[in-house]
Design a protein around this ligand. Structure first.
Ligand code: SF4
Ligand code: SF4
Length: 75
């Protein structure tokens, strides 16, 4: 099963909670400002993400989503 981890950078206020709580230290804060003047989080080490959803739960702005991606199956 494959998952896609998405951060809506325009919703993010760069509070750093997700960075702090990620058990795999996947997330960091960018140095690039968004339209609201915040520095959003991004996946610095996506290969380490275990899709635990901790960052989605902890984010006060509901800026992070994990979606299941349908994998192609050879029949
Ligand atoms: S889903 Fe879990 S491992 Fe992946 S970035 Fe969020 S908190 Fe970290
Ligand atoms: S917890 Fe949410 S608002 Fe805070 S840095 Fe992470 S994605 Fe942005």
């Amino acid at each position: 099963m494959a998952f896609q981890h998405m951060i809506e950078s325009e919703r993010c206020k760069g509070c750093g909670l997700c960075v702090e709580f990620c058990p795999k230290k996947v997330l960091e804060i960018t140095k690039i400002v968004n339209a609201k003047g915040h520095f959003p989080a991004y996946q610095a080490r996506p290969e380490d993400c275990i899709h635990c959803t901790m960052c989605c739960i902890i984010c006060p702005d509901v800026a992070i989503q994990i979606k299941e991606i349908k994998e192609e199956t050879a029949d």
